[in-house]
Design a protein around this ligand. Structure first.
Ligand SMILES: C[S@@+](CC[C@H](N)C(=O)[O-])C[C@H]1O[C@@H](n2cnc3c(N)ncnc32)[C@H](O)[C@@H]1O
Length: 270
């Protein structure tokens, strides 16, 4: 059915969903594929395939997605972590000093700081999100990957919940960056299942970057780095915002597809 409806990865989707419905991994699924299925199991598989047919992603149905080699639980308040964002983690790992501390704004599943801290056991961080459900799943993911003690969480609007005395070596963010008017034109399955708050960057898509460019300097150590994921066409505008707020070495980094994906900039003095 998925093939007939034109799903590009129909066979893989069906295997993943069947395995999930039956509690079997890929190997068990392959070795037991000729066994008959009881009616209850068949109904569970059919229900998941039906959800996929209505456009829900396999990751949402299964409730987790892999990022930077780690599995992250999702919920209705979080976007799925995407491979594009792994570039930001690569750059952050290169830049983080010994015993460095990072601030992640709009943490969602917590995928960015958890991937960082899982790879750097000397590092600590603070993860902020405005959505309590997102923070709850981020906490759960941090515990799952054993970095719970090194990552703090704060609920609120960008920098608002962060104490004034706190400073960081790195401020990172993959903020919502889609212009509000473009949201209406997104594929129905994106609009139906992805949380609006994680997508909508305001009238021109740059609202969160304005806040971050204006305030990141207050929370960065001298020489600290800001690393921001951007939309493929936002490099010039976000660079200009960071320039205007006195950041140095503003640089745009391309992803594997050759698209502008991350901006980095240094904070030179307070
Ligand atoms: C594009 S998602 C990124 C999630 C995650 N960092 C990732 O890369 O998968 C943006 C996140 O920003 C959060 N967010 C939106 N507005 C916010 C605000 N005013 N203050 C803090 N977080 C906000 C959303 O709840 C969402 O989790």
């Amino acid at each position: 059915m998925l093939t007939r409806l034109g799903f590009a990865t129909a066979a893989l989707d069906a295997k993943l969903l069947t395995g999930h419905a039956l509690g079997l991994d890929m190997l068990a699924l392959a070795t037991r594929e000729n066994e008959p299925m009881d009616a209850g199991s068949a109904a569970r598989v059919a229900e998941l395939i039906q959800r996929r047919m209505s456009g829900e992603s396999v990751a949402r149905i299964i409730g987790e997605r892999e990022f930077y080699g780690l599995a992250f639980a999702l919920n209705a308040a979080t976007l799925e972590p995407r491979p594009d964002t792994e570039l930001l983690v690569d750059l952050a790992l290169d830049a983080l000093p010994q015993r460095g501390r990072i601030l992640d704004l709009g943490t969602g599943t917590g995928c960015i700081p958890i991937a960082l801290l899982a790879n750097r056991t000397d590092a600590t961080g603070l993860a902020v999100d405005i959505d309590p459900q997102a923070l709850a799943i981020a906490r759960q993911n941090a515990d799952r990957h054993d970095i719970g003690g090194r990552l703090d969480f704060a609920l609120g609007d960008w920098f608002a919940p962060i104490p004034d005395y706190e400073t960081f070596d790195l401020v990172v963010s993959n903020p919502p960056y889609i212009p509000s008017a473009v949201i209406d034109t997104l594929a129905p399955e994106v609009k139906a299942f992805d949380p609006l708050r994680a997508l909508d960057g305001g009238p021109d898509g740059l609202g969160p970057y304005r806040v971050i460019a204006a305030d990141a300097g207050r929370f960065l150590k001298t020489g600290g780095l800001v690393l921001l994921e951007i939309g493929f066409d936002q490099g010039a505008e976000v660079s200009a915002l960071l320039d205007a707020h006195g950041f140095a070495d503003v640089a745009v980094h391309k992803d594997l597809a050759g698209l502008d994906r991350v901006i980095s900039a240094h904070h030179m003095s307070n």
